[in-house]
Design a protein around this ligand. Structure first.
Ligand code: WTA
Length: 592
């Protein structure tokens, strides 16, 4: 790094306000400092059956072993969609349902290591599909429901998924003709729902019909700890979305962080608000909570402040894992609304995805009595790595401290740790349990993360204070975090230049009070096109329709020319300076 931060600035800490904890707090992790001294990942392996049997499959550890013991009839999944579904599934129910789906997949010759895309709204079937895919050792590729054709094409082509689970409504977005690998389609149809535009040359099967015919017994396909678990596509600052492949061994990390950072216990009702289309929704919406045997709530449908508060009240949620943008959206609705609901069941709250600003933290603490705890991690890290812990005092605004058994530091380009309070690249010593196994089909990209020997480079800038807290400062690259979701500028620029009026486009994140950042596009128009508000709307709509709503620019500014280096790279740093009305700095590499 270093090269992005011109002069490593010394930081004077802005806030040293503490969130203090009572001495006798009843948390799974009792003493952070002690755990850092004595904790060993090897010991966590003993919590899993595979440690004795040598037969690995995360679905056995999540479902089958609980279904064979006292948790058999415990609710694993509460599903509530305010639009009309309210269901419960025990560990045994999920074991049976995932076995059925595993049998369905096997019937159509889908096997270990095959990639199966799951493109579904948040429903029980989404969870059952992922569990069924993992049961047979195939690799789920969750695709966020909002993706449109161009985004889907990139991900389906790259993963070469041979099968897909989806609904009739989403079908029209999938470019089957351009995806020769995609051979099997499992359609989840509502009662009497017709499916139009069915592709030819692809086997199309009715999910519910096939499930009804399938046997309820299916021993998991036994794997090794190094075998594949899931592929999540995520964006970098260059190129198309990357497929981050995780391995089965990640469960060791999911399990322990779920115990110590989320602090889950057997009597909890846990609510992770993330969609399994993103890593939080699998690592901590599926793998973590169910390996520890917790009851998990999933709420379907879109964000609504009323329904979120109602969910906490109705299900007596005890542990809540959400994101700063969600907290700020709740905040925007005011304090009278939460007063109408009982939120007293809550005992622990965690936050992820973007920095949690002190205002949002204080606001959530005011309405619930509990301060949200930061957890920092990435798609690539697979698990939480820097956190604030339930039993430990922390500084308001700090990202936290490395999880016991991991080592995070602020380093320069050569891998040297920089002094305290100095900005540098946030890096993690390699070798934690959930570290990604590969970038699917791209060894070079994978290597980039590890170009400083012994370290994983996060791409975030941060500094460390004298008390050992790490403070997130920003991204070192051009990746945009909007409403907690990661957007690559290149993907959006590629979508923009498909529009007939657009000659060139440069995309940046613009600071925003609610969403953290919004996607902003600078656009130069083709000859003969004239700038107008209508055209801006049309262009934004075009990205929404072709790529995904969350990636569409919320702000567009026309400019005569996009600033580029002589080698043709878009200088997004200059765009950011334009946006903020700041000096553009050194532009000696800019083309004439
Ligand atoms: C950002 C999400 C500040 C960061 C699990 C990181 C955070 C990127 C935090 C990864 C946090 C995540 N405080 N920033 N607590 N957590 N980030 O892959 O920039 O969607 O590199 O993974 O989100 O985003 P991703």
């Amino acid at each position: 790094m270093g090269r992005h931060v011109k002069s490593p600035a010394s930081f004077v800490q802005e806030s040293s306000e503490w969130v203090r904890k009572p001495k006798a707090i009843d948390a799974n992790l009792k003493d952070y400092a002690k755990a850092c001294r004595s904790f060993r990942w090897k010991d966590v392996e003993k919590e899993f059956d595979w440690h004795r049997t040598k037969k690995v499959n995360i679905v056995h550890e999540m479902l089958d072993r609980h279904a064979a013991g006292p948790r058999k009839n415990k609710v694993a999944l509460y599903f509530w969609d305010p639009a009309g579904r309210d269901e419960k599934y025990t560990f045994l129910d999920l074991k049976n349902a995932s076995s059925r789906f595993g049998n369905v997949l096997k019937k159509f010759t889908i096997k270990k290591n095959d990639r199966v895309a799951v493109f579904l709204p948040r429903t029980p079937e989404l969870y059952i599909s992922i569990l069924g895919i993992n049961r047979i050792g195939a690799i789920p590729v969750p695709l966020f429901e909002a993706f449109m054709e161009a985004a889907l094409f990139d991900r389906l082509e790259n993963s070469a998924a041979s099968a897909m689970v989806t609904t009739p409504l989403l079908l029209s977005r999938i470019p089957f003709k351009k995806l020769p690998h995609l051979k099997h389609l499992f359609l989840i149809k509502g009662k009497g729902e017709a499916a139009e535009g069915l592709p030819s040359g692809v086997g199309v099967y009715d999910y519910f019909e096939e499930m009804a015919k399938a046997a309820i017994q299916l021993t998991p396909t036994w794997l090794t700890a190094d075998d594949g678990l899931v592929i999540h596509y995520t964006s970098g600052s260059t190129g198309r979305a990357k497929g981050v492949l995780h391995r089965q061994y990640a469960m060791v990390g999911h399990y322990q962080t779920t115990k110590w950072a989320l602090d889950l216990r057997d009597d909890d009702v846990y609510w992770c608000t993330a969609d399994p289309g993103w890593v939080t929704g699998t690592s901590y919406g599926i793998y973590g909570p169910w390996t520890v045997g917790a009851s998990s709530l999933v709420v379907g449908g879109r964000f609504s402040a009323e329904q979120w508060y109602e969910a906490i009240q109705k299900f007596e949620v005890t542990v809540w894992y959400s994101a700063p943008t969600a907290f700020r959206l709740l905040m925007a609705q005011g304090k009278d609304l939460p007063k109408k609901y009982s939120l007293k069941s809550l005992r622990h709250i965690c936050s992820v995805g973007e920095p949690l600003n002190p205002e949002a933290l204080r606001w959530i603490r005011d309405i619930t009595g509990i301060a949200p705890h930061e957890t920092w991690w990435m798609t690539e890290t697979g698990m939480q790595l820097i956190c604030n812990y339930r039993s430990a005092d922390f500084k308001l605004g700090a990202t936290g401290k490395p999880f016991p058994g991991t080592y995070a530091a602020i380093i320069d380009d050569k891998g040297r740790e920089v002094p305290l309070n100095t900005l540098g690249q946030l890096a993690v010593k390699t070798g934690w349990p959930a570290m990604m196994k590969a970038i699917w089909g791209n060894k070079e990209k994978y290597k980039e993360y590890f170009r400083v020997k012994g370290w994983y480079l996060s791409g975030d800038t941060a500094y460390k204070d004298k008390d050992g807290f790490i403070w997130f400062a920003g991204r070192a690259d051009d990746v945009i975090k909007t409403a907690g979701e990661r957007v690559g500028p290149f993907e959006v620029e590629s979508a923009l230049v498909q529009h007939p009026a657009v000659a060139e486009a440069g995309v940046i994140g613009k600071p925003d009070a609610v969403r953290g950042h919004i996607v902003k596009a600078y656009i130069s128009l083709r000859a003969g096109q004239s700038p107008s508000e209508t055209l801006k709307k049309e262009i934004a709509e075009f990205v929404k329709r072709n790529m995904a709503a969350h990636a569409a620019p919320r702000e567009i500014e026309f400019c005569p020319k996009i600033p580029k280096t002589r080698s043709g790279k878009i200088m997004r740093r200059v765009l950011r300076a334009w946006d903020q009305g700041q000096p553009v700095g050194d532009v000696s590499t800019m083309e004439e």
